[in-house]
Design a protein around this ligand. Structure first.
Ligand SMILES: Cc1ncc(COP(=O)(O)O)c(C=O)c1O
Length: 367
């Protein structure tokens, strides 16, 4: 019988096993483990790919958000608005610099509801962190208008959106700075943790450069307190190789999304994310494919029986729903969404036959 895992972790390595083995052996034989030419090459190629003037490898996207917030001098007494449908890391980064995370509703396309931003602004609001969720960019025109009106800093959580575009601008290039994740299940997946920050301003870049490496500048002068959040050179070498094939991955994912749109779009009990050809302003990379489903629990159980892996993002809760974190707000639309949302397989090992099978199973469940 067909078995479709939600994500096939060994594929992160096995798809290019021969080439990647060679790359790893080379780095190890050269003893080039920390901040070597492979990292520099990856940073240059990433900057070029995203059209960002500067890209800097970091240990993970959470650290990337933290150093971006620090570089923006955000700290105690400040408030930062974010969409509650995101990884806890977005909010945690705000809390880790001593500021107050202010969650707002999810809107169309599973990104931040721009209508909820202005009512959440107070005299203490310093920044907005839109999450470019599931490989789709938020409505950045509206966000930038609000940010300019209230003089707010925009830091993008682009952890899930490398290569996504909005009106031909790449994810991560809209605001003060942004963070990208290379967690293994990301479209560009490392062999462990990894991340990057992007920014356009040279001074911001220099500050980020110091914040990732013990407060030390490129001249090795230590000028402020910081920790260590460097991207390993070995990971950088792997990612640099994979970036060359990234375009193919995105094309395939958009193709899978197109198939899901056609096949699942006719089932009235299912709500779909925007399709790849729906709006020319958006180029989504489909890090995830997140449906809304009636009788979600039963559908998920049915798909498990059919050997189809699914996932409730963030263990089934929006950030404000983790009560012990103390974000005492009610966000009814987001809470309703979280009773219905489900990720279905979207990755490079899913075949066209698998997609047919998944769509048939979903259809037969509702029949
Ligand atoms: C939206 C979002 N933000 C932040 C992160 C954190 O990324 P990392 O695991 O690289 O710290 C993730 C990772 O899953 C994410 O999906």
């Amino acid at each position: 019988m067909r078995k479709i895992p939600f994500f096939n972790y060994p594929d992160v390595f096995t798809r290019f096993e021969k080439e990647l083995t060679e790359i790893i052996l080379n780095v190890c034989r050269n003893g080039a483990f920390i901040m070597q030419k492979e990292l520099e090459s990856f940073e240059n190629n990433l900057a070029q790919y995203t059209t960002s003037p500067f890209a800097l490898g970091v240990a993970n996207a959470t650290d990337g958000l933290i150093i971006a917030l620090r570089a923006a001098d955000i700290g105690p007494g400040d408030e930062v608005i974010f969409c509650s449908h995101t990884m806890v890391a977005t909010a945690a980064s705000i809390a880790m610099v001593g500021a107050k995370p202010v969650p707002v509703e999810v809107g169309f396309g599973r990104t931040i509801d721009v209508e909820s931003i202005e009512p959440a602004i107070t005299p203490r609001t310093k920044a907005i962190i839109p999450t470019q969720l599931n490989g789709r960019i938020s409505d950045m025109d509206s966000i930038m208008i609000i940010a300019n009106k209230y003089k707010l800093i925009v830091i993008e959580d682009a952890a899930q959106a490398l290569g996504a575009r909005y009106k031909n601008n790449s994810a991560g290039t809209f605001g003060f700075a942004s963070a990208i994740s290379f967690f293994p299940a990301k479209v560009l997946g490392a062999f462990g943790d990894g991340g990057a920050v992007l920014c356009a301003d040279k001074e911001v870049y220099e500050r980020l450069y110091r914040l990732r490496d013990h407060g030390r500048g490129s001249d090795r002068e230590i000028v402020e307190w910081s920790g260590n959040t460097r991207l390993d050179n070995l990971q950088a070498a792997v990612l640099d190789f994979k970036l060359k094939h990234y375009h193919n991955d995105v094309t395939r994912r958009r193709d899978i999304a197109r198939k899901y749109s056609t096949r699942l779009g006719i089932i009235p009990e299912i709500g779909l994310p925007p399709g790849p050809d729906e709006n020319p302003d958006y180029f989504d990379i489909y890090q995830n494919y997140e449906i809304e489903a009636e009788d979600r629990e039963k559908l998920q159980a049915y798909l498990i029986k059919k050997d189809i892996g699914t996932l409730r993002q963030w263990d089934g809760k929006a950030v404000h729903q983790w009560r012990k974190l103390g974000l005492k707000v009610s966000l009814p639309r987001t809470e309703k969404f979280f009773t219905r949302c489900l990720l279905i397989p979207m990755n490079m090992t899913v075949t066209d036959d698998d997609i047919d099978y998944i769509c048939e199973c979903v259809s037969s469940f509702y029949k």
